[in-house]
Design a protein around this ligand. Structure first.
Ligand code: KMH
Ligand code: ZN
Length: 286
């Protein structure tokens, strides 16, 4: 089996603030230290959102300078593949600005970006309302910006039909194959976090594409174990889950990374370094 790529989504994304857990990093220093700890625990990719340094809420303004500072400060401290959000960064910015913000964000020095593969109902309360808007036009344009900038999209698939949208991006030649897909098993308004649902998704995936699983809340670690067993990659971290076990808050993202790294070792699945991940996903070097 291939080496295991562990992504740590360390910032809590747009749903996890200091009100949810005091351990979520929110200042630049805290985020950089959390990245370093997660890499030491086995993460080869970090996924980042811009945060309000006081509250840990999504940064309400232009997120790009904030993300640029994260990228530069992380590069000074540790070697890791950096994956920036595109689904986030909308709070405080009118929809007419999203396109320009994403276009600029493709050139902050990262290797990867998330690309959300369809419009859906949000699975939790969000300051921009109940609809997570990602039209096919937006997806195709934003994929084009990423490819043009030499950034690899990570295709976030929340429902089975979104796999077809990935196939269309490949068929139209907008994104070169093999694509890298992440099954975001949010339950509620999207795919249920079950082994059976994952097997169905894998049946739809073209040969040779790489894939990862990110499941929310208490499903994070069990579904990571299923993905690892099936040869996929995993994402863990405060963006998706804040508990180490039932009723026990993780004190750092690194504790969650360590937990999946331990499972991987028991399964004899070697853990990818950042350079391994670059090679396996066809990423440029920063
Ligand atoms: N928050 C995750 C469920 C993005 O940042 O663009 C999905 C995500 C998407 O990470
Ligand atoms: Zn995210």
């Amino acid at each position: 089996m291939s080496k295991l790529i562990i992504t740590a989504a360390v910032t809590g994304g747009e749903y996890v603030s200091k009100a949810a857990t005091p351990y979520v990093p929110s200042t630049v220093d805290e985020i950089v230290e959390e990245v370093v700890r997660s890499v030491e625990a086995g993460a080869s990719i970090v996924h980042l959102h811009a945060k309000d340094p006081e509250t840990g809420e999504p940064y309400a303004g232009d997120p790009n300078p904030v993300l640029k500072e994260y990228v530069d400060r992380i590069r000074e401290r540790v070697d890791v593949v950096i994956n920036l959000t595109t689904g986030g960064g909308r709070v405080g910015n009118p929809p007419e600005r999203w396109d320009e913000l994403v276009r600029e964000r493709c050139r902050l020095g990262q290797e990867m970006m998330s690309l959300n593969m369809g419009t859906m109902n949000r699975w939790a309360e969000h300051p921009t309302g109940g609809i997570f808007l990602n039209t096919v036009d937006m997806i195709e344009r934003w994929a084009g910006y990423m490819v043009e900038a030499g950034v690899k999209p990570e295709h976030e698939v929340y429902d089975t039909g979104m796999i077809n949208v990935c196939r269309q991006l490949a068929a139209k030649g907008i994104v070169p194959e093999p694509l890298h897909v992440q099954f975001v098993m949010v339950g509620r308004t999207g795919i249920l976090p079950t082994p059976r649902a994952l097997l169905y998704c894998l049946d739809q995936l073209p040969e040779g594409w790489t894939w990862s699983v990110c499941a929310l809340g208490r499903h994070e670690i069990p579904m990571a174990a299923v993905a690892m067993t099936l040869g996929g990659h995993v994402r863990v971290g405060f963006e998706d889950n804040i508990y180490l076990r039932r009723g026990v808050l993780a004190r750092s993202n690194a504790e969650l990374v360590k937990k999946v790294a331990n499972i991987a070792r028991e399964l004899d699945r070697p853990i990818a370094t950042p350079d391994d991940a670059r090679e396996m996903l066809g990423l440029r070097r920063p």
